[in-house]
Design a protein around this ligand. Structure first.
Ligand code: URA
Length: 325
């Protein structure tokens, strides 16, 4: 079962969030049979299938791991749209009488048909002209203005209090990208201010820079319920804004904090171990992948490994650790 009694968001509210989300996309026929028929794009239909399928699947008993079922190539052709990743069609929702936990052919394909993430470089070409340093703060403000009181994805309806845009220097040469706001960030409107944020502050200080000198943002700007990993539809919807932020700030180095940041920035779904220790690239910046501070709080033994990652970043940027004493 996905939700416990202590959950702030019930399954009903979550489903309601998807319905509101689809309504915002213009799918009014979900509500009223007498509403005028709308022409609904393939993208909207694909999203509908995916989200309704996922919502139902989340409430169902999963089959035993040994149940292997070949993927059936039933996905309809999908077209990509600007700033959106192609969404594969989800299997048809099961009927209520089929919630027994019996292995169902729709389960394995559901996983196999998850959309392959696209890198930020694949989402949009690099801008032909760059924002001058003195215009960066205003350009970022304009992006914040475009986000507005966003209702573009289900996270808008999942109990968020703040849209957590970013923190730091618009002209920074070093940027950190995390996953998404937690409770403290949702309450304050600033990224990385909770326990993980304290550790990130320490990591930044150990690199010989102040938090105010770097730029900090997240893959999604609204808190996922229970701090769960953002769903692809949420990350994909939000990516357009982070992409614009990166293009404005133009950092020399981006540090991807954890697997979610790495997955969406780089468009690869690989283990963190395989992504660490080599330079990647996104939006003209060098990208280093390291552990998320929240992970380091759970497993402090990995702090030494994270420090190795940060030392490579320091060497790249010519940073010196602060002098002791
Ligand atoms: N974890 C994140 O990924 N981002 C935050 O802003 C806070 C915690």
């Amino acid at each position: 079962m996905l939700y416990g009694k202590d959950m702030s968001v019930t399954p009903g509210q979550q489903l309601r969030a998807y319905v509101d989300y689809l309504r915002d996309m213009g799918v009014y026929d979900l509500y009223r049979s007498d509403s005028p028929r709308m022409v609904v794009s393939e993208e909207v239909l694909a999203t509908l299938r995916t989200e309704v399928g996922r919502s139902l699947a989340a409430k169902e008993v999963r089959p035993a791991p040994s149940a292997t079922v070949a993927a059936t190539p039933t996905a309809e052709p999908v077209r990509s749209v600007p700033f959106a990743r192609p969404i594969a069609a989800a299997p048809a929702p099961r009927s209520a009488s089929d919630l027994s936990g019996t292995p169902n052919p729709s389960d394995a394909p559901f996983i196999d048909l998850m959309p392959k993430p696209l890198s930020f470089d694949q989402l949009a070409p690099l801008p032909a002209t760059r924002v001058a340093p003195d215009g960066k703060a205003a350009a970022l403000e304009a992006v914040r203005g475009d986000i507005g009181d966003c209702t573009r994805c289900p996270l808008a309806y999942a109990g968020r209090h703040s849209i957590v845009f970013a923190d730091g220097d618009p002209k920074a040469s070093l940027m950190f990208v995390g996953e998404g706001p937690g409770a403290d960030e949702d309450a304050s409107g600033l990224p990385f201010v909770g326990k993980a944020g304290q550790l990130l502050n320490n990591m930044i200080a150990a690199m010989g820079v102040a938090r105010e000198q770097v730029y900090i943002a997240n893959i999604v700007k609204c808190r996922p319920p229970r701090n769960r990993t953002p769903e692809p539809v949420e990350a994909n919807t939000c990516s357009q804004f982070l992409l614009r932020q990166i293009d404005i700030v133009q950092p020399k180095v981006i540090v991807a904090l954890g697997a979610t940041a790495a997955t969406y920035l780089l468009g690869v779904k690989q283990s963190l171990a395989s992504l660490r220790g080599v330079w990647h690239e996104a939006r003209g910046a060098k990208v280093a992948v390291t552990y998320h501070p929240a992970f380091l709080l759970r497993d402090p033994r990995q702090k030494g490994e994270a420090w190795k990652d940060l030392q490579r970043v320091m060497a790249e940027l010519g940073l010196q650790p602060p002098r002791k004493g």
